[in-house]
Design a protein around this ligand. Sequence first.
Ligand code: PMP
Length: 362
Amino acid sequence: MNHTVYNFGAGPAMLPHAVLEQVQAELLDWHGRGISVMEMSHRGADYMRIVAEAEQDLRDLLQIPGNYKVLFLQGGATLQFAMVPMNLLRGHTRASYVQTGVWSEKAIAEAGRFATVEVAASNTDRQARVVPRQSEWRVSADTAYVHITGNETIGGLEFDFVPELGGIPLVSDASSHILSKPMDVSRFGLIYAGAQKNIGPAGLTLVIVREDLVGHAPAGTATMLDYAVHAQEGSMHNTPPTFAIYVAGLVFKWLNGLGGLDKIAEINARKAACLYAGIDDSGGFYTNAIEHRNRSRMNVPFTLHDAALDKAFLSAADTQGFLQLKGHRLLGGMRASIYNAMPEAGVRALVEFMRDFARRWG
Ligand code: PMP
């Protein structure tokens, strides 16, 4: 790999270099078996061990309590926008959602196909720049669950608190910040995440769900959309995304080897502080308008003071090895995604590049 290349893509995102090297080393001949993991039976002893280790390593990382199921599914976080209401209504008609940006809005739209959606709180009156404090939320007592998007990947907005809901299950779309810091799983009813940011390759979707919330899909629910089926069959009702689970398992081992989620959280905090300081100290050349307490540690959108410079910025960045900095098409501007696999050196180099660019064009 060219170490001068840093990939700031939002997802599929960069993977730890050490993991890619291990994948490469094991690609043609996994542990002397003469075949690749891609070619193994998902029900064979070798692969069963790979899955069991991946699950155990994830359980260790997140300290997942014993009464939670870990499911390795497919269909992306987008399918969870439907599976959550399909499985979790439990006789209720209403489900509550906190609206914080594009991804929560997609979750809301899909849930509306299955439930009466109550928007418990919204930040649309504040240009999506802040996560509404829980004191503002209005949650009906008869709601089935409350859904949040723990980190809005496009807006660059991250929850700075875990809501307290009494007995109402809390559901979080953690696609773009899972494993970036410790998380008290016991405060959630269900957590889901597409893999392609902090977990591994695209094609795998992770669901962590409290046992008592499994088994409530109404009659007529498709087999593959029922959490109970996947829970009972150890995510092996059909062929799982075997290679993606294997790579995710290596990522979990990499994180454990690094010192776990406390350690990665420290590193991520330093990376985010470095990049936001680079933006805030640019004398207005760069701007990020998110309320400080909700600035995402994973996705950092920013604009240049003059959008006419965007093209020159992106082209200079690309030439110097800073890839995929173009902002999401809905927002424009720039976005630097700095997930777990992004080394601190990459963020420091980006900030230096941004400083140089501002000096040249300011
Ligand atoms: N939720 C969030 C927060 C996301 O960032 C994304 C993907 N960028 C999705 C959901 C959709 O995920 P997928 O493409 O895996 O369906």
